[in-house]
Write a protein that binds this ligand. Structure first.
Ligand SMILES: *Cc1c(COP(=O)(O)O)cnc(C)c1O
Length: 417
């Protein structure tokens, strides 16, 4: 049937964000209306993370992934100690990318045997801390090997290593590519035979491989393809390894919808794909346990950024809501954390009054820079000074990924409810 409607096709919209209940006209988190929570926190702006949603997300993944897959939390997505503590009890391991993160993970009670440490440019002191802690080091450069061997000798313990491989393929459709082509991450697959021989010569406790092709991918097929290629690459490299592969980290890259027109990732094909790989591995890599490492997918949808309207201005017909926080706390929502073209994060106004009127407004933060935009001409519930503006999908790459000192405004608070 042909569409004869004279109406223009509507612009793409954000997916619904129904994870936070609306009571009256007000958003609620952890059973509390947002205005009351703001009073409890004592000041705006703040981030709030919902522990019930964090647990539910892990449960949802476990229901779809084969039970033998170990689920790791990549804590750079949200390193708030209370969040890491909660996640440590829900997942099978924590992935850290600095000695600072390692401390938070250990303080949170994560099992050192299930912590892995990746990242380029690890300082010698960090490598020694990792060996002393007994965690698995994902080696990103042959330079790390003698440092690890020395630490193992000094402490009289094993230096557990996996080799991070820069694969000879890319993760199609991912927001940030972190493998394939020339990269600062990992060791090029072509160099692996030589490096694996060195791992053996230094007497390090080789456990396996780490592959991470990229981040923020919403296409299940591309993730499945990357997992299959990663598996097959690891299988080829296993022939050069000093001992059997006992650990294979296939990366993650699971994305969440941020922008109009995006939809949620379909987990089902990914679960099926991993089940097929595990089946093959029973024959081809019988000693290996498989890990998936996720950051954003585990925590991103469980968090809100909440800021208060301090001024409402009209400039040449355009309405501006000026809030008490912006880019300094939430760089990614401002569009300055890896976006090429600025698009609006999902934003809403949560007002106690329950106004039903709407208007097109731009939401800007208090910084003296035109980059400080939280929403560019969005159709939002009409807001007044004192109302709360809420940014959804803010549980990952928020507070810790933002330049909080820029322009000297107060730091934001983070709460887990
Ligand atoms: C950043 C990173 C992650 C987490 O990425 P998300 O997109 O948050 O899931 C996982 N592993 C490695 C090695 C990373 O660098």
């Amino acid at each position: 049937m042909t569409d004869t409607s004279p109406l223009p096709r509507s612009a793409p919209a954000h997916v619904p964000f129904a994870q936070f209940a609306v009571v009256g006209a007000e958003l609620s988190v952890g059973g509390q209306p947002l205005s009351r929570l703001a009073e409890r926190v004592g000041s705006t702006p703040f981030y709030v993370y919902d522990r019930r949603l964090l647990s539910a997300r892990v449960a949802e993944l476990r229901a779809v992934l084969p039970p033998a897959i170990k689920l790791h939390y990549a804590m750079k997505a949200n390193p708030m100690p209370a969040v890491v503590g909660l996640m440590a009890g829900l997942v099978d391991g924590i992935d850290v990318a600095s000695a600072g993160e390692l401390k938070v993970a250990l303080d949170a009670g994560a099992d050192a045997a299930e912590i892995s440490f990746a990242g380029p440019g690890k300082r010698d002191a960090e490598l020694r801390q990792a060996v002393a802690a007994g965690v698995l080091v994902n080696v990103e450069s042959a330079r790390e090997l003698p440092v690890l061997a020395q630490a193992a000798q000094d402490f009289g313990c094993a230096a557990r290593v996996a080799v991070r491989v820069n694969p000879d393929f890319e993760l199609k459709g991912s927001g940030m590519k972190m493998g394939g082509g020339p990269k600062q991450f990992g060791i090029d697959a072509e160099q692996l035979p030589g490096v694996l021989a060195e791992v053996g010569r230094w007497g390090l406790a080789f456990e396996g491989f780490h592959l991470f092709a990229g981040s923020q991918n919403l296409k299940a097929e591309s993730i499945c393809e990357a997992q299959l290629k990663s598996y097959e690459l690891a299988l080829r490299l296993a022939d050069h390894a000093p001992s059997a592969v006992r650990f294979l980290n296939l990366g993650g890259g699971f994305g969440i919808p941020y922008f109009p027109g995006e939809s949620r990732l379909d987990l089902r094909p990914i679960g099926d794909n991993l089940a097929r790989l595990l089946d093959r591995a029973q024959r081809e890599l019988p000693e290996a346990s498989f890990v998936i490492e996720l950051g954003r997918y585990l925590v991103g949808e469980a968090g809100l950024y909440v800021t208060r309207v301090v001024d409402k201005k009209v400039s040449r017909g355009q309405v501006y809501l000026v809030t008490d926080g912006g880019l300094n706390h939430h760089l990614s929502a401002s569009g300055n954390f890896g976006q090429v073209i600025r698009k609006n994060y999902p934003v809403t106004v949560s007002s106690r009054g329950g106004a039903t009127a709407r208007e097109v407004v731009s939401v800007v933060g208090p910084l003296c820079t035109p980059l400080d935009v939280l929403a560019d001409r969005m159709d939002l519930p009409t807001a007044q000074i004192g109302d709360l503006v809420v940014v959804f999908q803010s549980g990952a790459y928020g507070a810790s990924a933002s330049p909080q000192a820029f322009l000297g405004h107060p730091q934001c608070t983070e709460v887990l409810v």
